[in-house]
Design a protein around this ligand. Sequence first.
Ligand code: 5RP
Length: 224
Amino acid sequence: MNQDALKKAAAQAALEEIRALAPNAIIGVGTGSTVNYFIDALAHSALPLRGAVSSSEASSRRLAAHGIALISLDDIETLPAYIDGADEIDPGFNMIKGGGGALTREKIVAAVAQRFICIGDASKKVSVLGRFPLPVEVIPMARAQVAREIARLTGGIPRWREGFVTDNGNHILDIHGLAIPNPAALETELNQITGVVTNGLFARRGADVLLLAAPSGVERSERG
Ligand code: 5RP
């Protein structure tokens, strides 16, 4: 089974997870290749959803192309479920996200969701976060200063994702060489640096449900 087949299997499992939602429910939709499979599966399902709050321009385009209504975050107070992928997931359901650069909007949509359903292939599971470079969205004029401050605070190596501009018009620094035993503390600390919009640690609002696909099937686990 190749990685795409695993991503599809996880996406399909997420569809089953939201099947019981009330008709006319609105869900939150993340960003990335696994979520793309979820959007496609949702479009071909007969689920009577009202629409979706999207976390990126790319997901919005895909949802709209399928005729799925886009709902503004301003028009809702809460979402029953938010479905998104991750780059790494630790045993405490903390995640690194933002490989696709959509971390800020993902964090905003996740913040209003009652349940964060994380989908992916089982290779995303790690014992300690940090092998995947941690993305940090920064205000462009602050990039060099924020990079120096990140290096001083974390000992990691921030690298500018050159040529990439986020949906919010900002830049990304990817921090290499970290091991993150306490993700919530680092998430808070990085967000205190002036010029940082947010960082890709999802620990203060981690996942509630993991649907991770392996060749043997999709493993479902729920935060205790
Ligand atoms: C985008 C993300 C994605 O969820 C993460 O990068 C995983 O992507 P994929 O499903 O393509 O492996 O955080 O900003």
